[in-house]
Design a protein around this ligand. Structure first.
Ligand code: CS2
Ligand code: MG
Length: 402
């Protein structure tokens, strides 16, 4: 019988930091999993290296479900981003190995195709409306069916979601940068530019917008109402979701669809949002909810309540995460959309994937497992480079949700 022989935690920064788990079996098969937690990478490295990894040696890699329960329940301490990201790295690598053993792509193990491709949305952003409009035009010309729009807010020096003359990368600086936020300025400006986007480009594509936890429930309700005429695909994270019932208030006021979940780490964190139909899209992702084994469970719960999926796919999730997401998206009946920002060339030097993009749809290559190769020689050229996500302060200097 083939057993787990080696657990490696690989850290590299080709464009940004990524943590990758590589499992090797006694008969020489390897599996990869993403375990990147932006700004907290080394906490996950230590958790796998010092706690989970040693317990896996000599175990049967075929028993994915049992190993998941073992790692989750075996800690006694439950949930949380560090734990769930560490479990995800291992779980995803186990699915990769199972696919290689079977000689099948992972999506075949999950039930086979439900669709021919996975609709994605890229990020269009600009410090000014003119820059934003140029980016939207560029994406629509490239054939995307959906675009997320984020614009700088007049009067505020920085805004989340806005790239500065290139890719959007919020993790920056050896300590968290401090940004100033005004919900009043945002509430005044954002509905106006979103309306202009529709006036200029029409309604023939899906338009998305991320609120990034910045509003209170009643402010979010007002925002949702103000953008109803834009027929948005969704507004994302209108208010922090620790208090799941607060979405009831937003719901009572607006028909704008709501999406939540990128920072949440388990089915219990989205349970009420789903079973009370307080959201329309669940944005949990492979890497932060304990891998494919647990994400599948969330998606199945969502299906019962007509909630669709829309997984987080920012480029701080590695190409291994994207591959795993696309395999699951291909099979999930209640799939909605997948976030996709693409990667800079350095990232592609380390992670080789057969993922293809055509007419705004992603697909995987017909290779066994996840279809991702990790290039060790390239990876060592990009050493770990500690970086932090920013914090936000209100105009009076107090801390706000970033
Ligand atoms: C964002 C992310 O993609 C999104 O919707 O909310 O860019 C988020 O800020 C980063 O993933 C944080 O690491
Ligand atoms: Mg977001």
């Amino acid at each position: 019988m083939s057993l787990i022989d080696r657990v490696e935690v690989l850290v590299t920064a080709p464009g940004r930091n990524f943590v990758t788990v590589r499992l090797t079996t006694s008969d020489g098969l390897t599996g990869l999993g993403d375990a990147t937690l932006n700004g907290r990478e080394l906490a996950v490295v230590a958790y796998i290296r010092d706690h989970l990894g040693p317990a896996l040696i000599g175990k049967d890699p075929a028993r994915i479900e049992d190993l998941w329960q073992y790692l989750f329940k075996g800690a006694y301490w439950r949930r949380g981003p560090v734990t769930m990201t560490a479990i995800a790295g291992i779980d995803t690598a186990l699915w990769d190995i199972k696919g290689k053993v079977a000689g099948l792509p992972v999506y075949q193990l999950l039930g086979g195709r439900s669709r021919s491709g996975v609709m994605v949305y890229p990020h269009a952003s600009g410090e000014t409306e003119a820059e934003l409009f140029d980016e939207i035009e560029r994406y629509l010309d490239q054939g995307y069916r959906a675009v997320r729009a984020q614009c700088g807010v007049p009067g505020l020096e920085t805004a989340y979601g806005v790239g500065h003359g290139g890719r959007y990368e919020p993790a920056n600086g050896k300590l968290p940068a401090e940004e100033i936020w005004s919900s009043e300025a945002y509430l005044d400006f954002a509905p106006r530019y979103l309306r202009k986007v529709r006036e200029r480009f029409g309604f023939g594509f899906h338009l998305l917008h991320d609120v990034h936890n910045r509003l209170s429930p009643i402010e979010a309700a007002r925002f949702g109402k103000a953008v109803e005429e834009c027929a948005l695909f969704w507004i994302e994270d209108p208010t922090p979701a620790e208090n799941q019932e607060s979405f009831r208030l937003i719901r009572q006021h607006t028909t704008t669809p709501l999406a939540v979940g990128e920072t949440l780490t388990s089915i219990w964190d989205v349970r009420q949002l789903i079973v009370e139909q307080l959201i329309d899209y669940v944005r949990t992702t492979v890497t932060h909810v304990g891998g494919l084994t647990h994400l599948r469970r969330i998606f199945d719960l969502a299906a019962l309540y007509q909630v669709r999926t829309g997984s987080h796919g920012a480029s701080d999730l590695s190409p291994v995460s994207l591959a795993a997401a696309v395999h699951l998206d291909l099979t999930t009946p209640n799939f909605g959309i997948q976030e996709y920002m693409g990667y800079p060339p350095e990232t592609d030097e380390v992670f080789h994937t057969g993922i293809s993009l055509r007419d705004g749809y992603l697909d995987v290559a017909e290779e066994p497992g996840l279809g991702v190769e990790y290039d060790d020689a390239a990876a060592v050229r990009f050493p770990y480079n500690p970086k932090y996500l920013p914090v936000a302060r209100r105009l009076d200097g107090s801390i706000h949700d970033w």
